[in-house]
Design a protein around this ligand. Structure first.
Ligand SMILES: [Zn+2]
Length: 96
């Protein structure tokens, strides 16, 4: 369980190093699969990588835009064009 969480964190670190590489997409998918398999909570950084609607891999800035509206983050997916919000809950340190 703890190991799985650590694996996800490490994968995310790799993904954010180079979000546009084909490897990053695979790593993001793998990280998501691990969270589902071990039934652990998806970290915010992982949720950011996928569209809430079409579930496609869409790293922020590159494949989705981020707007701040009334203190809330609004994401626009460039794959399906849908807008959605993800509420950010700070938990001490956040390096997104
Ligand atoms: Zn989408």
């Amino acid at each position: 369980m703890k190991e799985a969480k650590k694996a996800v964190e490490n994968l995310l670190k790799e993904v954010y190093r180079d979000p546009l590489s084909p490897l990053a997409e695979k790593q993001a998918l793998l990280a998501r699969r691990i969270t589902m398999k071990f039934n652990i909570k998806q970290p915010y950084e992982l949720k950011l990588l996928f569209c809430k609607k079409c579930k496609s891999y869409s790293p922020p800035v590159f494949k989705k835009t981020i707007r701040v509206r009334k203190g809330k983050l609004v994401f626009t997916c460039m794959v399906c064009g849908s807008k959605y919000r993800l509420i950010f809950k700070p938990k001490g340190k956040a390096n997104v």
